[in-house]
Design a protein around this ligand. Structure first.
Ligand code: FE
Ligand code: FE
Length: 182
């Protein structure tokens, strides 16, 4: 009884994972380097979007400390775009953007939060929460890309990506402190 049950479970699991397998597109990444470049294109698109999304957060924030923090991070973000262009050129690749569905979603959700709150403390709290989600996506992306760059022996790329990561982490720490002070 126990035996047949576990066989049944095993079969179900196998069927399930087979059903979820995604067929690769013809231009699929074949190597870690291909994947690395694809993910750079994703974060390049995301950082570009943030240069437009952060000003919207600034216009909707009533807290002067938050405005100051966002203005600083906007300038850093513009520099993240430039650093990524340096990463592409260090790899001998053309800087190209590929839509980041995740950042499109996080920024869309941020606008939703703003439309569902009155200007003031509550909207500020919602903006902080959305901004932290932005930073965490960036932190996950950069830390992973640095690991890949190291594995690939791309030291210049790893260093530039680390510079971006440091600023994202510092920003997230400041955002967290502001959340706690709400
Ligand atoms: Fe950034
Ligand atoms: Fe950021």
């Amino acid at each position: 009884m126990t035996n047949s049950n576990s066989v049944a479970e095993h079969t179900n699991t196998a069927q399930h994972s087979k059903a979820g397998t995604i067929k690769a597109k013809p231009d699929a990444a074949h190597s870690l380097r291909d994947l690395f470049v694809d993910e750079l294109k994703d974060i390049y698109w995301a950082e570009n979007l943030l240069t437009k999304a952060i000003p919207k957060m600034i216009s909707n924030t009533s807290n002067p400390e938050m405005v100051k923090g966002f203005e600083k991070h906007l300038a850093e973000t513009q520099n993240h775009v430039k650093r990524l262009e340096d990463v592409f050129s260090s790899l001998g690749e053309k800087a190209e953007a590929k839509k980041c569905e995740a950042m499109a979603g996080i920024t869309k959700e941020a606008e939703e939060i703003m439309s569902e709150t009155e200007m003031g403390d509550v909207r500020d709290a919602g903006i902080l929460s959305a901004a932290r989600k932005v930073e965490h996506y960036e932190i996950a992306t950069y830390s992973t890309l640095i690991a890949f760059a190291n594995k690939l022996g791309e030291n210049t790329a790893a260093k530039l990506l680390q510079d971006n990561l440091n600023e994202e982490q510092q920003t997230d720490n400041k955002l967290y402190a502001m959340c706690q002070a709400m």
